[in-house]
Design a protein around this ligand. Structure first.
Ligand code: BGC
Length: 433
């Protein structure tokens, strides 16, 4: 399903620190997971597990509930303790998690993005090597080798991936587009084609592009960088081969600035579901959001094609801006057996199916049945198999937490009028440290 070449950029981008690259073959072998319904090993005596995420409502909570129901089936004696902290993309959760880890008060397991973000936790010695669980649960061959290499350092593996999300998706309301005189089946090859459509929606009196608080603006920025620099140019920002001060980056930042001019001014007080809801309610034409939006739209029983449409961010067709939620075993977890039970569920076919159907993402496992998933997800499964994969900035795959924080601060300053474009570009360039 995955080829080393397609993932090579992700790995080059986030593995510059010399992380081990596992053999890139042998995917999709027959699953060998432990028998469902059987609590194996030490998990038989597990009593509880505190699971730390930022999935508190809508499709995100529905996804978490899917995992919890499989936990209840498979480990009826394990009490699920919900440690979730609200705020999209972990905007509040990640800081709180850091304080807890530093105070030696870790949850039993926490959500961490595959790639550079996970590397931070590994480098800080905050998560345990769980390679032996891969053997115990029969997980070694059920995930793409390239994805596993993002979870691995020096041959040790530190988390179990729950899913694959795509960040470069536009969600749009066909009625709003038609009322603006646009063809609702149209897609846009470039940013400048899209600007024409955004002008039309704006002229119709609706918000052309809805957006929310800083992290959603950073996510928009990353998609513009992908669109304008191409996959290789974008990956080069993370492995040092693209110059942040170059004129091609300036042009991308100009496009970002123009896109922001189409957005709602109350953005900084909103989170992603609010901005998506503007599209659902018909007060906005377009929204750029990761495909957790698909899970959210499902909870409202909306139908793709009639109630909403989706397409890759203009100029990014054929590119899959990737991220993966994975679960860890923190050093000092108070209930390690409960955490192992959770990790067993997360990695299992039943767990990945129940979770991803609701979450909008696609399973990380290569043996899930695509027919169980909605129209959007089936398209994502196909695209993931053929597109060029690049790592998401806003969702921990591309850059370490400190660099993402620096980029987020610079972005917020720029979009709230506190800096001009040249300063913004200088601050982005400085973010790499
Ligand atoms: C996570 C997703 C989540 C999204 C919005 C991302 O960082 O990976 O699971 O749905 O943030 O909260």
């Amino acid at each position: 399903m995955y080829t080393p070449r397609r993932f090579a950029g992700v790995i080059a981008g986030v593995m510059a620190a010399g992380l081990a690259l596992t053999a890139c073959s042998g995917n999709g072998g027959s699953p060998t997971e432990s028998a469902s319904g059987t609590a194996s090993g030490s998990m038989g005596t597990a009593t509880e597990v505190e699971v730390f995420t930022w999935w508190t409502s809508g499709g995100e909570k529905a996804g978490l509930d899917g995992l919890v129901s499989v936990l209840a089936d498979k480990y009826p004696n394990v009490t699920f303790v919900n440690g979730a902290v609200a705020g999209g993309a972990g905007s509040a959760a990640k800081d709180l998690l850091q304080s807890r880890l530093q105070a030696n008060d870790p949850p039993d397991t926490f959500q961490a993005h595959a790639g550079a973000e996970l590397d931070d936790y590994i480098a800080a010695g905050q998560v345990q090597d769980i390679s032996d669980l891969y053997t115990e649960f029969g997980l070694t061959d059920v995930f793409p080798a390239d994805l596993l290499s993002l979870l691995t350092v020096d041959g040790a593996i530190y988390s179990v991936p729950a899913n694959i999300h795509r960040a470069n998706v536009v969600w749009a309301n066909p009625s709003v587009l038609e009322a603006a005189g646009l063809d609702s089946t149209a897609t846009y090859a470039t940013m400048s084609d899209w600007f024409t459509a955004l002008d039309a929606v704006q002229a119709s009196g609706q918000t052309a592009l809805s957006i929310a608080t800083t992290w959603t603006q950073v996510q928009l920025l990353e998609t513009v960088l992908i669109s304008d620099l191409g996959a290789d140019g974008y990956i080069g920002l993370w492995d040092g081969t693209t110059d942040w001060t170059g004129s091609d980056v300036t042009a991308a930042l100009e496009d970002f600035q123009k896109l922001m001019s189409y957005t709602n001014t109350d953005r900084d007080g909103l989170d992603w579901p609010d901005a998506l809801q503007m599209v659902v309610d018909g007060t906005a034409g377009f929204n750029v959001m990761g495909d957790w939006a698909a899970g959210e739209l499902d909870t409202q029983s909306l139908t793709a094609g009639t109630d909403y449409i989706y397409f890759p961010v203009p100029g990014t067709s054929g590119i899959f801006d990737f991220l993966s939620d994975s679960f860890t075993l923190p050093v000092g977890a108070p209930h390690p057996d409960g955490a192992k039970a959770w990790l067993d569920v997360v990695g299992s076919l039943e767990g990945q199916t129940a979770f991803n159907i609701a979450k909008g993402s696609i399973p990380a496992r290569t043996d899930a049945d695509p027919s169980l998933f909605n129209a959007y997800q089936q398209s994502a499964i196909k695209d993931f198999a053929s597109d060029t994969i690049v790592p998401s900035l806003a969702h921990g795959a591309a850059a370490p937490i400190a660099q993402l924080n620096a980029i987020s601060d610079a972005t917020s300053k720029f979009t709230s009028g506190g800096s001009d474009l040249a300063t913004f570009q200088t601050e982005l360039a400085a973010s790499a440290g």
